[in-house]
Design a protein. Structure first.
Ligand SMILES: [Zn+2]
Length: 148
């Protein structure tokens, strides 16, 4: 009697870089066609184009942490450069830096979250390892071990 295994074969490998690029573009990491998000940051339950289940993602606070890490480092460099080169007033510094970090954060967050979800999909994390044939067990929280 053949025993099924959850370990993917090499032919089932998913390209992480491609999945992350597709996710960063706001597209399904599997097909690259369907939209990943409904609204600003809410991930769709499944791809409208290829029906890949996307609800398995567990992005949590990860994309926010990465966004803060990148934006704060950029803001530090800009702040130092602005101050040493132009010596602007406090009002100008605050306005430019607060506005810049706000806009940059809002632009980067969905892209980083999309890449995050794409990476999880490519590495078969949190229930993404199940194919369409496992839909019955993938919907069972005890079978996947994931809470949504
Ligand atoms: Zn898709």
């Amino acid at each position: 009697m053949p025993v099924s295994t959850a370990i993917p074969t090499p032919s089932q490998d998913r390209h992480a870089g491609q999945a992350m690029r597709r996710g960063a573009a706001g597209r399904c990491p599997s097909c690259g066609e369907g939209r990943l998000f409904t609204g600003y940051l809410r991930v769709k339950d499944e791809c409208p184009s290829c029906a890949t289940e996307l609800h398995h993602h567990r992005a949590d606070d990860g994309p926010a942490y990465v966004t803060i890490l990148i934006v704060s480092h950029l803001a530090t460099v800009v702040m130092l450069a602005m101050f040493t080169m132009y010596r602007p007033s406090t009002t100008v510094m605050l306005t430019v830096l607060c506005g810049g970090t706000l806009v940059l954060s809002l632009l980067m967050l969905p892209r980083i979250k999309g890449a995050w979800v794409g990476f999880q999909w490519a590495k078969r994390m949190h229930g993404f390892g199940h194919g369409h044939e496992d839909r019955s067990t993938a919907d069972d929280p005890q079978a996947t071990g994931a809470a949504r």
